[in-house]
Write a new protein. Structure first.
Length: 79
């Protein structure tokens, strides 16, 4: 079974993780998301602490066509 947009979903998740590390998520935002989804208040209260995290976490996002030693900055050099 082939999923035609599988790669697009993976790339969207990849970029979302980079953005999440930059922005973080506050308890207020988590509570707002639960409210929008209509999540039960008891479930939301138990789960919310695990969905809150700080932002401002530096990260690098690299896009390359093929993972090779040259692409990763490693070159052939004699020991």
């Amino acid at each position: 079974m082939e999923i035609p947009d599988h790669h697009n979903k993976l790339m969207a998740n990849f970029f979302a993780q980079t953005e999440a590390l930059l922005s973080g998520k506050t308890r207020t935002r988590v509570d707002q998301e639960f409210a929008e989804k209509g999540t039960d208040a008891l479930v939301a209260a138990k789960v919310a602490p695990f969905k809150v995290f700080e932002g401002n976490k530096p990260t690098n996002t690299l896009l390359i066509n093929q993972l090779t030693p040259s692409a990763s900055g490693i070159f052939d050099c004699p020991i």
